[in-house]
Design a protein around this ligand. Structure first.
Ligand code: FES
Length: 168
């Protein structure tokens, strides 16, 4: 992902132009175009959606419909680190809701939203496949298990201190 920090900046459409050029004569290329655009910008910025709409002669409504149907697409900027809190059955029983609430309070962000500094996006997901460690959250590719509301702030601090770019 080359640029996740385009929020509040003018969107550079040159990469979108290149992607559209590549698929100029390809029918049914909307999804690969959206995938490539998202890989470029980290999400699907509105001006990009407008440009795709214009070039493919597909309404923005239809593009947004596709983007919201597939979980892989995002219409809002996402943070440098994605926190996915599991709310599957095992995690729910073990207190995932309280973990999620504590994370939301600690990061000052609602579920599905990104922190003001663009560092963390907080999401709620179904079973992460690590039920024996419930309650569980995934930060980027790392699983953190047996969480408690009292320990999540420590986990966040450790992530910041671990030298991830943008969190030190
Ligand atoms: S229910 Fe949370 S990891 Fe399975």
């Amino acid at each position: 992902m080359k640029d996740q920090t385009v929020r509040n900046k003018t969107t550079d459409l040159s990469q979108t132009e290149k992607i559209l050029e590549k698929y100029k004569n390809v029918r049914g290329a909307l999804i690969p175009i959206l995938q490539m655009v998202q890989a470029e910008y980290g999400y699907l910025p509105e001006p990009v959606v407008d440009l795709i709409s214009e070039r493919l002669h597909v309404s923005t409504h239809e593009i947004i419909g596709v983007a919201t149907f597939y979980a892989q697409f995002h219409l809002k900027p996402r943070g440098q680190h994605i926190i996915k809190v599991c709310c599957g059955t095992a995690c729910h029983v073990k207190g995932a809701k309280k973990v999620l609430e504590k994370l939301s309070k600690t990061l000052e962000v609602s579920t599905g939203m990104t922190t003001r500094d663009n560092v963390f996006t907080l999401e709620e997901v179904a079973c992460l496949g690590a039920c024996s460690l419930a309650p569980v959250m995934m930060v980027d590719e790392d699983i953190h298990g047996k969480l408690a509301p009292d320990t999540v702030a420590t986990v966040i601090e450790e992530i910041k201190e671990s030298g991830f770019p943008g969190t030190a």
